[in-house]
Design a protein. Sequence first.
Lengths: 86, 110
Amino acid sequence: MYWVVGTIIGSVAGTIIKFNTKGIDFAMTALFVVIFIEQWYSYKNHIPAAIGILSTIISLIIFGADNLVLPLMLLITITLMIFRSR
Amino acid sequence: MHVNISYSLIAILIMGIKTFSIRSAPFVLFGKNKATPKCIVYLGNNLPPVVMAMLIICCLRKINLHAFPFGIPEAIGIITVAVLHIWKRNNLISILGGTSVYMILVQLIL
């Protein structure tokens, strides 16, 4: 219920308030950074986070920004399986 | 472009069926009463940090490091978010502060 009410308030307020909203998509990136930092504090083992960062950067360099997701998923699964036994 | 109501309803129905099938697939495939395989338990415990790291970089994948802003507003924004969060541990302050810094940088300075 809160979700529905919040969405309605957001969409109505969005049409009423007019200011230059260029750059507001960064809120999503900021949210992910915050969640990542919270997870860094709560998980003792930092290797999965490091696997995520490295795999994504490698996939970005090799495959480019547009074809990123599928090879990235495969790479992450394989790397996690490899690091499972260590 | 005018979209029919029936078109939207059918699309929602198909998406609902697809989402339900995918979410119930692990229970169907791995048996209701057996314990989940250790592989899946390991993935379930360790995937969240991986996914968060992936999401951060996927949000930033479109920036061009060789063209004019060189990704500097994004870098300053992320450093602001990180510093604010490590200092205050408050989600709202970190997100609002970092986004405000980024918007100011993008709109006024660069």
